[in-house]
Design a protein around this ligand. Structure first.
Ligand SMILES: [Zn+2]
Ligand SMILES: [Zn+2]
Length: 393
């Protein structure tokens, strides 16, 4: 009997361990690398029950696995704890919990918080922080203490911050930890939808306390914020700010493609992601739109396509060539010159599919632009397709 019990115990061990990994398929999201860097898909703005989100931190990791992300950061509000009657205030807990799950699923989890103040400066995420407790200012602690007796109806303890500039203390604490800070959702449909750049923001950019801006969030895109990033040399970000599970928030954001910050990193590690953010090696992907600096979007586009050698030349010497989109980007190509006019003026090259280019008689180059790759607020990426000849590739 005893042997049987012991035997049963050992039989159970593998069952207990394997139970930690759910049987969920990961959707492979194909995004090309660019020379010298891997392209990582990241979402640096997510909430859990440790602030006003509705999921446990491990769910965010499982969603990252399922939807093909490489890295996430859980950024619960420091100043908003609506469930504090039921969930203890512990500023490091969400990422600590998520990191354990991340190790199992090979998802990089980066420590973070959302510093939540009224405008200006509004909401800011601090990521790559060591200890979130050190970012909580005395004023915020006192406000929580004062509202201790209140129940979950009192969610946020922020207030108009412009006069006492308490947010500067929080940002200085982030700087001491060498954290990376970006301004969240500066545009509609949020609570702070003014899309206004205040002097306070400019001061933060110039003093090196604020390093980037979400130019896209909640399925929306804010070209004005893209222009600020170009004007003040800031990092571009695009994050979901999900509060509900992906299955619910994904629908309410009306986003076909969940927000992603594409990070061009030397390798798939947290440290390389940090270096890339500091060096502004990012692009933004939301729905069908890809936004970024030309130096990144150009190689991203050319590495997403393959142009074959001509498979047919007709009686008018027009060359027929297959073009293949190897990526999950939708590519909206508008031809400017070189494409045989009898065919078409533009082309929608769907993810992982092929179409045919027709080079006009006497030309080996088609000039075009990619309508949904934006290298400035009103500027689309110009591209060229050139006939491949023997000996070249
Ligand atoms: Zn926010
Ligand atoms: Zn948020």
């Amino acid at each position: 009997m005893r042997t049987l019990l012991l035997f049963s115990f050992f039989l159970l061990i593998p069952i207990l361990f394997t139970a930690q990994v759910e049987n969920i398929d990961r959707q492979d999201v194909i995004v090309p690398d660019i020379p010298g860097y891997q392209t990582l898909k990241c979402d640096f703005h997510l909430h859990t029950v440790f602030s006003d989100g509705t999921v446990w931190p491990t769910v965010r990791v499982t969603e990252a696995w399922e939807y093909g992300y490489d890295a996430i950061s859980i950024t619960d509000h420091i100043e908003g704890k609506p469930y504090r009657k039921y969930v203890p205030i512990d500023y490091n807990a969400p990422n600590d919990i998520a990191k354990q799950e991340g190790a199992i699923k090979d998802i990089i989890v980066i420590g973070g918080v959302e510093i939540t103040r009224n405008m200006p400066p509004g909401h800011m995420n601090a990521i790559f922080i060591e200890d979130a407790n050190k970012i909580v200012t005395e004023r915020i602690k006192n406000r929580f203490a004062r509202f201790k007796e209140k129940t979950s109806d009192y969610a946020f303890v922020d207030s108009i911050d412009r006069n006492h500039q308490d947010y500067l203390l929080a940002l200085e604490a982030v700087r001491e930890q060498e954290g990376f800070v970006f301004w969240n959702h500066p545009g509609p449909p949020g609570a702070y939808d003014s899309l206004t750049l205040y002097q306070e923001h400019i001061d933060l950019f110039e003093s090196g306390l604020l390093h980037g801006v979400e130019v896209s969030g909640w399925g929306a895109y804010w070209p004005e914020a893209f222009q600020w990033c170009l004007d003040y040399d800031l990092t571009l970000l695009s994050n979901s700010d999900y509060h509900y599970p992906h299955s619910i928030s994904g629908k309410s954001s009306r986003s076909d493609r969940r927000n992603s910050t594409l990070v061009f990193a030397e390798d798939r590690s947290a440290e390389s992601i940090r270096e890339a953010l500091v060096d502004k090696r990012t692009a933004v992907w939301v729905n069908d739109l890809v936004v970024g600096r030309r130096e990144h979007l150009e190689p991203l586009f050319y590495n997403a396509i393959e142009v074959a050698k001509p498979h047919y030349i007709d009686s008018r010497r027009r060359k027929f060539v297959k073009i293949h989109n190897t990526s999950d980007f939708l590519l909206e190509i508008e031809f400017i010159s070189g494409m045989a006019g009898a065919y078409f003026n533009d082309m929608i090259l769907k993810p992982r599919s092929s179409q045919i280019l027709v080079f006009e008689t006497g030309t080996d180059t088609i000039e075009a632009k990619v309508r949904n790759f934006h290298i400035a607020p009103n500027e689309q990426l110009p591209v060229q397709f050139t006939i491949q000849v023997d000996g070249a590739n």
